[in-house]
Write a protein that binds this ligand. Structure first.
Ligand code: HEM
Length: 478
């Protein structure tokens, strides 16, 4: 009996020993084990109070004042602790390039889990590596100049439709109206000519979804978050119908949906849905905020508005009959208007920073960036550095007559996650400005000095304006 039991016990102990060894080895080899870099100092700065860190300091003032004062005190790399997370903030072009471009594999995109749930966890901006590369290729295919040049007439139709709907109103909320325009263009770029069929139902669901986007993530009946999640489900159902109809029709299409549905891509319906909802999210408020700022800056700078108007009238005058419609090459002959867009993107820096998370301990300029810490490249600080852009608060589009130095100008981000929709954004802005400046005049309602964040920087109250056709008497001044 003992002869039978002893070898079994020995085997048992042996396997237990192997199991323990395996666990120890895993623990040692996992990067949670402090790396040799842990002896390096952390960047200068303060982590504030336990857990709450410096969150109150960040939100009790304009966040950009917080970032700027920290940079002044500690330099272009500093640590802080906000929203429950230890962070390293960076504000030099070199550091931004390190995080976003050359060492981007060491820094993954990071979003709160509730945002991922709401937009869809398969959306490209939550990922890195092979899946992200594959999706990015598909998105870029649909938004590169060769693809979007074909939709200029439809974009123009949407711009004209928006402007017509505004000129009858007593006054409009610029941001709200620009959101509708940017939404319609985004849906056009995703669904092509099917846009018109689904635009309204997609918009009403999206409207509910966005209301809960910045709410507390409490999924109980009646909460904004709960309503948002329901709207998200509805959006997924509408998109399922669209997918089904596309598959039945088997038509040749060249929009983003077609790019996602390509046979060789083998994306699941869920992946397609998450990415479509994600692209609309990335496309709408960003473009709408920039358009709103442009109207504000042009309104405040009459000589620049005059130069833009003359450039656009010149393009219009050279056209006759059917030809009056804009085409892609016209949009490439708008250097003054394009510089206004560039300067607006710089001064307003609507995405004043982005978030990454260190996937392992990283050394940067002799400092440790510990694994798991958030890393925030501060685009706005770079765009407002007087060493890079002299007199940075001044709205001066002529500064872009000379191209900015590499990595100093990143309104569309940089590197692996840089904005694939930037050409479309510029196109829709140029088309709207062409018709706005040649046919309309506008004036701001009330004094407009404040900035609000929601989450993008925006003129106070979304910039209410009065708009009128140029053939009628000028809009009354403020
Ligand atoms: C003026 C308007 C816009 C601005 C300022 C803007 C800005 C940005 C920035 C800064 C990023 C990079 C974020 C990061 O690195 O974390 C980004 C990413 C992205 N943008 Fe835009 N964007 C605009 C319009 C658009 C439009 C019109 C679309 C689509 C039609 C779009 C689609 C995307 C997507 C899908 C990503 C994620 C890319 C990735 O993770 O690989 N954006 N955008």
């Amino acid at each position: 009996m003992a002869a039978l039991v002893l070898p079994s016990l020995f085997c048992l102990f042996f396997f237990f020993f192997l199991f323990v060894l395996h666990r120890i080895f895993r623990k040692l080899s996992s990067s949670s084990f402090p790396s040799s870099l842990r002896k390096l100092p952390l960047p200068p700065g303060s982590l504030g109070w336990p857990y709450i860190g410096e969150t109150f300091q960040l939100y009790s003032q304009n966040p950009n004042v917080f970032f700027a004062s920290k940079q002044k005190r500690y330099g272009s790399i500093f640590k802080t602790h906000v929203l429950g997370c230890p962070c390293v903030m960076i504000s030099s072009p070199e550091a931004a390039k390190f995080v976003l471009v050359t060492q981007s594999h060491l820094f993954k995109p990071t979003f709160p889990a509730s945002k991922e749930r709401m937009l869809g966890p398969e959306a490209l901006f939550f990922h890195q590596g092979d899946y992200h590369n594959k999706l990015r290729k598909l998105v870029l295919r649909a938004f590169m100049p060769d693809a979007i040049k074909n939709i200029v007439p439809q974009v123009e139709k949407l711009a004209l439709g928006s402007l017509r709907s505004w000129d009858t109103a007593q006054f409009i909320n610029t941001f709200q109206e620009m959101k509708t325009y940017a939404f319609n263009v985004a849906v056009l770029s995703i669904l092509g000519k099917d846009e018109i069929l689904y635009r309204e139902e997609l918009r009403s669901c999206y409207y509910v979804l966005e209301k809960g986007y910045n709410s507390m993530p409490i999924n109980l009946p009646g909460t904004l978050f709960n309503k948002s999640m329901k709207a998200r489900k509805e959006l997924a159902q509408i998109l399922a119908r669209i997918l089904c109809s596309r598959r039945q029709r088997k038509e040749e299409c060249y929009d983003l949906l077609a790019s996602f549905m390509g046979d060789s891509e083998a994306l699941t319906d869920e992946q397609i849905t998450d990415n479509i909802i994600g692209v609309i999210f990335a496309a709408r408020d960003t473009t709408a905020s920039v358009l709103t700022w442009i109207l504000k800056y042009l309104g405040e700078n009459p000589s620049i508005l005059q130069a833009v108007t003359e450039e656009q009238e010149f393009i219009l005058k050279k056209k006759c009959g059917e030809e009056k419609l804009l085409n892609w090459s016209d949009t490439k002959k708008m250097p003054i208007t394009s510089r206004v867009i560039q300067e607006t993107l710089r001064v307003a820096s609507i995405l004043s920073f982005t978030f990454r998370e260190a996937v392992e301990d990283v050394e940067y300029q002799g400092y440790l960036i510990p694994k798991g810490w958030k890393v925030l490249p501060l685009f706005r600080n770079i765009h407002h550095s007087p060493d890079i852009f002299p007199d940075p608060e001044k709205f001066d589009p002529s500064r872009f007559e000379v191209a900015p130095k590499p990595n100093t100008y990143m309104p569309f981000g940089n590197g692996t996650h840089a904005c694939p929709g930037n050409e479309l954004a510029k196109l829709e802005i140029l088309v709207l400005l062409h018709h706005l400046t040649t046919k309309y005049r506008w004036s701001m309602v009330g004094t407009q000095t404040g900035i609000q964040y929601g989450p993008f920087a925006l003129p106070q109250n979304g910039l209410p304006i009065r708009l009128s056709l140029k053939t009628t008497s000028p809009a009354p001044a403020k």
